[in-house]
Design a protein around this ligand. Sequence first.
Ligand code: PA5
Length: 467
Amino acid sequence: MGDGSRLPVIDFGNMVAGVLEGIGMDPGRLRGDLAARFLDARAEVEARRRAGEMGFFDLPGDRPLAAETRHVADTCARECDALVVIGIGGSALGAAALRDALLPPLWNELDDKARNHAPTLHILDNPDPDTVSALLACLHPARTLFNVVSKSGTTAETMAQFLVVWRWLESTLGAEKARIHFLFTTSPERGTLHELATRYQIPTLPIPETVGGRFSVLSPVGLLPAAAAGIDIEALLAGAAAMAQRCSTLELAANPAGTLATLLHAAHTEMGAPVQVFMPYADRLGGLAYWVQQLWAESLGKAVDRTGRRVETGPTPVPAFGAADQHSILQLLMEGPRDKVVVFLGREAPGEDVTIPAPFPDTPDLAYLGGHTLFGLLDRERRATAEALRREGRMNMTIMVDRVDAHSLGALFMLFQIAVVYAGALYGVDPLDQPGVELGKVLTRGLMGRSGYEIPSIPPPDPRWRV
Ligand code: PA5
């Protein structure tokens, strides 16, 4: 790779027969039937990619788009103290993952100098009035930029918050000035935001038509807030490109995305483990775990397969956080139903470490901790938990990065995106659509009184069934 950065490594030993106590997958299959199955899946993905349906593969190489985003981000960083992303689902979770992983903890609490004069970064996804009011009460309207992110430009939660903010800016700054506090990230060709941007000369950044919401983190959706806050988007894209290159091989055993998708699919469909627990042992990777959950759930949970046959399939992705959730979900993972695979995410080194002092050498419950570091404890807990699961015959694997930095995060984003489209092909479903969320959206529009969406009323709660 030339820049000295190592790509994430997947250790799947604890899925393998002979390592995993009692059960496990025959590793020879990675060069046998699983390899053949993977080749079919990969061929399907490549065909769709060539047909222009999977634009996320091309984002790391789209230099003009990255340059345009950087230019707008630089202006934003110069001219505002606070950047607020308004978006939901795929239009918010990538930015949140980037913020958690790559900005110093407590970023918004730091003073201007400690933030290197970059803006604070806020994300409004849920239209909860308590959250929205509390945030607006803290912001200086004249020094804030609102980045409204919606590919469709019709998402109710995002549009409602946009309208609230528009009126708030109008009432505090006046109608003429309000519009200069917006930046839209949306479809370059269609949709309400696109039309409003034209009408009010609001700057926009494009979400390429071939890039779906949950595959958009490496487009301006994620890059704009990242770059504005000072994250190295070049390293992010380089990590993604390097992972895409690594995953271009036809050889399953050398292809990390193929291996991840194939093992998780086989664990579900052959070994009774549909639940996939994504468990980072790094607070910085918490946002990534939620991003993976959405990517996995919306891409793979499908009623029909690609031939139209009813299948009602898909794994259940669950985020968990080590070591805190060792005191929560671990009991279930160790002794509950054998229907889960745990995917640990670990790092070789933290950003900073803290030595544990030894002020009580005569107290055995405390003395053994002294002289270690907090990272040493956390990481040993990860290893101990993986080993405990192995001894109980509970499938698990570990994805390790050297450090949580822009390069490794870009690589992880690309790894999971490629893995999920392979997994879609293995399940036989379309990982790019999400028809299941439409009915709820249509009913909501009806309940909000939108013309054309009239619905027979939802029955009121029946007192017989209330307690
Ligand atoms: O992955 C997806 O497509 C969804 O999660 C969308 O990102 C989400 O529904 C928001 O859609 P939009 O960007 O159109 O507002």
